[in-house]
Design a protein around this ligand. Structure first.
Ligand code: NDP
Ligand SMILES: O=C(O)C1=N[C@H](C(=O)O)C[C@H](O)C1
Length: 271
């Protein structure tokens, strides 16, 4: 069978470089295109060299349509604005699109869902196996423990991260809300400061820490009467996200248009 032909958007970024390395280490996939924004210092460079590998003969371009030519799918860990732009271009070119970018507003999420009517789009705030299994466990714990256990989600990331709470924290919050049968938007408390008053029963709280080079730490705390359950995950290497994205790409190939999650990819939807 022919290799899956993939384009990496945001090729010069932390995740872009990890994705290029993951493609090179995997069987059955080939990097055929690499995209960066106009003005990026990565433009014209060889994508392999950019990722610390031998040259691959794939130059970094600022013209997505040219980079998408002859490809099967797009891997995109950039920003909400960039992912929306590239999702539209991928749909136009008939390519599936794997999106790891985080920090989408409700309006941007809706725009992406509309684009998913035209192509297969896999989007997740965290592409690792461990976090997606954690989400399934959180959903189960939230359903079992009920509202006398207060749910707080704590995350820590490197100093360069631009959005908070992290996409993973929100994914875990959604899993907890689903376990309780409530809407996260109605119960989320995304940071506290000053005289906040006592905690409301049923709130799902978030706290975000930033510093150093932390790849991604997440804890979900169920604080109940005289006991606490803590479920957590520690990401030690960005390659776990990149390998997850490749798994999503292999799964997305040939799928009908739609908005899919990593739970779909990993078969965790019935948890
Ligand atoms: N779902 C998951 O498993 C994971 C998700 N993420 C998410 O992925 C995203 C990227 O993270 P990270 O790699 O650390 O960030 P970086 O800032 O290191 O990388 C983003 C890259 O995308 C580039 N970019 C931005 N806009 C465009 C555009 N319009 N066209 C082409 N390239 C563009 C940036 O260029 P420039 O620097 O010039 O702006 C940069 O090179 C974040 O939203 C992060 O939260 C991260 C890890 C795992
Ligand atoms: O920006 C990052 O680095 C990460 N972003 C994702 C998130 O927002 O949860 C996934 C991972 O935690 C790393």
């Amino acid at each position: 069978m022919a290799d899956l032909r993939l384009v990496v958007v945001g090729a010069g970024g932390r995740m872009g470089r990890a994705l290029i390395r993951a493609i090179e280490e995997a069987d059955g996939v080939t990097l055929t295109g690499a995209v960066e924004r106009p003005g990026s210092p990565a433009l014209g460079r060889d994508a392999g060299v950019l990722a610390g590998l031998p040259a691959l003969g794939v130059p970094v371009l600022d013209e997505p349509q040219a980079a998408f030519e002859g490809a099967d799918g797009v891997l995109d860990f950039t920003s909400p604005e960039s992912s929306l732009l590239h999702a539209a271009l991928a749909a136009e070119a008939g390519l599936f699109h794997v999106i790891g970018s985080t920090g989408f507003s409700a309006e941007e999420e809706a725009a992406l869902a509309a684009l998913a009517a035209r192509t297969a789009l896999v989007k997740s705030g965290n592409m690792s196996l461990g976090v997606n299994l954690l989400a399934a466990l959180v959903k189960r714990a939230a359903a079992t423990l009920g509202e006398d256990f207060d749910i707080e989600i704590v995350e820590m990331h490197h100093r360069m991260k631009v959005d908070a709470p992290s996409g993973t924290a929100l994914l875990l919050g959604k899993a907890a809300a689903a376990g309780r049968g409530v809407d996260l938007d109605e119960r989320a408390v995304r940071g506290r400061d000053g005289i906040t008053g006592a905690r409301h029963a049923g709130d799902i709280g978030f706290a975000a820490l930033r510093g150093g080079t932390v790849v991604g730490d997440h804890d979900v705390i169920f604080a109940g009467p005289a006991e606490r359950l803590m479920l957590g995950h520690r990401a030690e290497d960005r390659m776990i996200f990149a390998r997850g994205a490749l798994r999503a790409a292999a799964w997305a190939q040939g799928k009908p248009p739609g908005l899919y999650s990593m739970a779909d990819v990993l078969g965790l939807t019935d948890f």
